[in-house]
Write a protein that binds this ligand. Structure first.
Ligand code: SF4
Ligand code: SF4
Length: 471
């Protein structure tokens, strides 16, 4: 009797990448990788690579924890996930990080921009009144939001940028980030000097994709090498906390992952690097979603092979949303990089629990690891939690004078798109976008359905539902 060429691991719901109709999806292991096998009644079979590391994929399923729910939900359950965002009461995780987009306009026009931003004066800045409403909505949902990211377009070109910053700082938000392409930061030193007056509890989430002109032109439309360095020089000068954010495309800049980490480690202002794999399906010729997708597990492997700082056990799934977030913590101490696990003698771990999955078996340690690994923690609060973690273990020397300047974290942040979409996973999404109408929408579904002009906009836009016969 013939045997299937794959192992059927589980079943979930996805969407057809062509019409975004909800379809059943098998999760299968084949050829040492993980695939979704989907079938749309109109568009047929679709196989999508979702991970190239079966063991890590399985590990993610062990890293889940009961979700924290927001104080309120914003939409009713009506047509089922993902058509009810949100957040609807069926969502399993609160907002660890919420983006508030203050403008549609930008001083770049990146070919890969998901927000379709650019310099056109037709694109508008949002008013202070609308922005305050959006911030208040985040506060109403979260109470004390962990992280709010002021985003765009390019937020630093908003004419009332500093009023918005003050407004956001007047709200009970634990940590503020400004998501920036760095153009103004590089060109306008006086702007950075003023920014430095607000730097407590503030972090710049700085676009930083490549050291190579060709890659930058493809991703950003311009050779931004000098400009990036100028931005970093200014941020170093005023020591404003910065996370470098690299959009990584398979075959374009994925060989630079180690170099970006090493560069970040040498910068006074940089507290970490975030890698976001791009799903470049539409623009690549001969693109095969079964073969060519760039997955979180591949980025993780590149971090491990292109640097010598981390071991596999140092880059772990983030419990809020383990399929899509992986994180490694290190300390920068006197020019040395020490990963979290390197701080703790393995025999100490063994004494606590005789099993490598220690966080699963030691409630206190598990809770502290979860706290430490939560994306909701700013680098500042991470240092505190890290101290608590170390203190809870016997026989471990806690370095004196640890501060947030010693913390360095590497994150891989993968977003779901019409190919790898998994309803089971999206319900745990903890990175959300505030919609001006009061909804708080997962980043993944926002860009698939809820942003004006998105592929599925007509499916979910209430005014359009009847017209396209989706109800
Ligand atoms: S993604 Fe979350 S908020 Fe959106 S429909 Fe699904 S459960 Fe509801
Ligand atoms: S810098 Fe960001 S917002 Fe501006 S065009 Fe590029 S991707 Fe879009």
């Amino acid at each position: 009797m013939p045997t299937r060429p794959y192992l059927f691991y589980g079943l979930t719901n996805s969407v057809c990448s062509k019409c975004l109709a909800k379809v059943e999806a098998k999760i299968v292991f084949q050829d040492e990788a993980v695939y979704l096998h989907k079938h749309c009644t109109i568009h047929g079979r679709e196989d999508v690579l979702i991970a190239d590391d079966i063991e890590y994929y399985k590990l993610c399923q062990e890293f889940i924890k009961p979700g924290d729910i927001p104080l309120k939900f914003n939409t009713p359950i009506d047509r089922g996930c993902p058509y009810d965002c949100g957040l609807c009461p069926d969502h399993e995780q609160h907002s660890c990080l919420t983006l508030v987009e203050i403008t549609d306009r930008c001083n770049l026009a990146c070919p890969i921009c998901y927000a379709d931003s650019g310099p056109s004066p037709k694109l508008k800045h949002r008013s202070l009144e609308v922005i305050e409403r959006m911030l208040d909505q985040v506060v109403a949902n979260e109470g004390n939001p962990d992280v709010v990211q002021i985003s765009g377009g390019e937020p630093t070109i908003h004419p009332e940028f500093f009023e918005i910053l003050k407004l956001a700082k007047s709200k009970p938000i634990k940590h503020l980030m400004v998501n920036s392409n760095g153009v103004r930061i590089a060109r306008d030193r006086a702007f950075v000097e003023k920014l430095a007056q607000h730097k407590a509890g503030l972090e710049i989430y700085l676009q930083f994709d490549s050291f190579e002109a060709e890659a930058l032109k493809e991703l950003r439309g311009e050779d931004l090498r000098e400009l990036r360095q100028q931005a970093i020089d200014h941020l170093n000068e005023f020591n404003i906390s910065t996370t470098l954010v690299a959009t990584v495309k398979k075959g374009l800049n994925d060989h630079e992952i180690g170099k970006i980490i090493d560069y970040g480690l040498q910068q006074r202002c940089v507290r970490g690097v975030t890698f976001q794999p791009i799903q470049a399906a539409g623009r690549l010729q001969d693109f095969d979603p079964k073969r060519d997708r760039y997955t979180l597990t591949e980025v993780r492997r590149s971090i491990l092979t292109q640097t010598h700082h981390f071991k596999p056990e140092d880059i772990l799934p983030v419990p809020c949303h383990p399929d899509c977030l992986a994180m490694g913590y290190a300390l920068k101490i006197k020019g040395q990089v020490i990963p979290l696990t390197g701080l703790v003698d393995p025999t100490t771990f063994l004494k606590v629990v005789p099993n490598s999955m220690l966080y699963e078996q030691n409630a206190d340690l598990k809770q502290k690891l979860f706290q430490l690994l939560s994306t909701g923690h700013s680098p500042e609060s991470s240092a505190t939690t890290l101290k608590q973690l170390l203190c809870c273990l016997p026989m471990v020397a806690v370095p004196n004078g640890l501060s947030y300047e010693n913390v360095f974290r590497v994150i891989v942040m993968q977003f779901l798109d019409p190919y790898n979409f998994d309803v089971r996973s999206v319900k745990r999404s903890c990175i959300h976008i505030a919609h001006p109408d009061g909804r708080i929408i997962p980043f993944d579904t926002f860009n698939m359905f809820y942003r004006e002009g998105a592929q599925g906009y007509d499916i979910v836009n209430p005014q359009q539902r009847q017209a396209v016969g989706v109800l």
